[in-house]
Design a protein around this ligand. Structure first.
Ligand code: AMP
Ligand code: ZN
Length: 437
């Protein structure tokens, strides 16, 4: 196999040097953290007064964990470690209502981030001659602008097509000879189904590769997309709290995702005890961001489940590989790439006076896409045989939900007291999507 490295020195740095580099970056991250209102307090409690208290990577264990809840509590500027004047962009986590988790970037942060994404793309064999169609949401979600910048860094022709609208996507692919795309795995499957429907022949496209991420998918799904579209599919992992895409990515071997350890320190911990787990064991991924000066985040609990591979990769990169992410330790649902907590739905529907007390969230596969149905009971004073007000209520719930969660749900109304009541802890979510991971 022919390997190409975007940043050969860093990607193949011998581990002792890589760890020494991590330590120096961790020290400056700790000093930056002391400038934030959040860490100033937590560090003092943990007895950390300056980076001098961090003598080795093992001292990372002295630093307390940070959670999504902390990020919300610290909204808007609790994690900011540079003057606001030096901030040039912000991104926020998708699909959240109320207080979003917001990440700020300096100009240098954006440059570094683009470098990490470029490294991922280039490592799959892409060059500046490729035409890259970025079929993912732009905006507050990091997938669009993150990949966009990485593609431009390499010098590819980047088509910012955004998500959805398959007919236009095909048109762009044919007009400009797209060779590489980025999308959620569900959208790639949808694209294939639509291709058949619209009579677009595979031969009319120059497609060679796809980067697929933002939601969990299995090895079988990857193989299926590869076989249907005759392309190579690479798994892309990232989260907005760690900039977005460019955290971990598959190389040409497509066997585990290299986590860029010069930008991030990753730990796998037991989600219950929070104790570190040995390599190879599945646990919660905890990440410290070393490559961003504007927003400082240390030991962030991602809630994603993964494990470290123990063997080195034949590609020569020294950065450890993560097993594909198979699920989460919390109740966050990912629906066609959009994050959704059941509590967000509850917040909206319980705010509508005519809605009764019980509800159920059902997620299913409809074709290749995810489908969200929200079943709610109506209040006791509403008659089920009067369809006009019922339809109006249904539409009101649907619109209010869509405005808030950015997903268009199907809404079903049920008679007061008719939805199943579970004994003990209510089971409000039925995720019926096949799990073949
Ligand atoms: P966001 O902050 O909106 O970018 O969402 C990040 C979350 O999406 C992660 O914490 C994961 O739960 C999920 N995610 C992103 N990429 C992948 C992937 N390749 N495989 C599985 N889950 C992913
Ligand atoms: Zn590799």
């Amino acid at each position: 196999m022919n390997y190409q490295y975007w940043n050969e020195k860093m990607e193949t740095l011998p581990r002792p040097e890589l760890e020494a580099y991590q330590l120096s970056q961790l020290k400056s991250t700790v000093d930056r953290a002391l400038r934030t209102t959040f860490y100033k307090d937590t560090f003092i409690k943990a007895g950390i007064r300056s980076s001098d208290d961090i003598k080795s990577l093992a001292d990372l264990q002295r630093i307390p964990f940070t959670t999504k809840h902390d990020l919300r509590e610290g909204f808007p500027y609790g994690f900011l470690s540079i003057p606001l004047d030096d901030v040039v962009r912000l991104h926020a986590s998708s699909g959240t209502t109320g207080i979003p988790t917001t990440i700020y970037f300096s100009a240098a942060d954006l440059k570094r981030w683009a470098g990490f994404v470029a490294r991922c793309i280039y490592g799959t064999g892409c060059t500046k001659s490729d035409v890259f169609q970025n079929m993912i949401t732009y905006g507050l979600f990091t997938g669009g602008l993150g990949f966009h910048a990485g593609g431009e860094e390499i010098g590819m022709l980047v088509i910012p097509s955004g998500a959805g609208n398959t007919t236009r996507q095909f048109r762009l692919m044919q007009d400009f000879g797209t060779t590489v795309v980025h999308a959620t795995p569900s959208f790639l499957l949808h694209v294939e189904a639509k291709m058949k429907e619209e009579g677009i022949s595979r031969e009319s496209l120059k497609l060679k590769k796809a980067f697929a991420g933002a939601e969990p998918y299995s090895e079988d799904t990857r193989r299926r997309i590869e076989a249907l579209l005759h392309i190579d599919v690479y798994n892309s992992y990232g989260l907005s709290e760690m900039n977005g895409p460019g955290v971990a990515f598959e190389c040409q071997h497509k066997d585990g995702l290299h986590l860029w350890e010069d930008g991030y320190i990753a730990e796998i911990v037991n989600p219950e005890t929070l104790e570190p787990l040995p390599d190879g064991e599945v646990g919660e991924l905890v990440i410290t961001c070393l490559c961003r000066e504007a927003t400082t985040l240390l030991r962030y609990r991602t809630r994603d489940l993964s494990a470290f591979y123990t063997e080195p990769c034949p590609c020569g990169r020294t950065h450890r590989r993560l097993r594909r992410i198979t699920g989460r330790t919390d109740d966050m649902l990912i629906i066609n790439g959009v994050n959704l907590f059941p509590s967000q739905i509850e917040e909206v529907i319980m705010g509508i006076r005519e809605v009764g007390n019980n509800y159920l969230i059902v997620v299913e596969k409809e074709g290749v896409m995810d489908r969200l149905t929200v079943k709610t009971e109506v209040g006791a004073d509403i008659f089920m045989d009067d369809t006009r007000p019922l339809n109006a209520l249904k539409e009101k719930i649907r619109k209010t939900l869509q405005a808030s969660i950015t997903i268009n749900p199907r809404v079903e109304l049920h008679e007061n007291g008719s939805l199943p009541v579970s004994e003990g802890k209510a089971v409000r979510v039925q995720d019926k999507r096949p799990r073949d991971v």
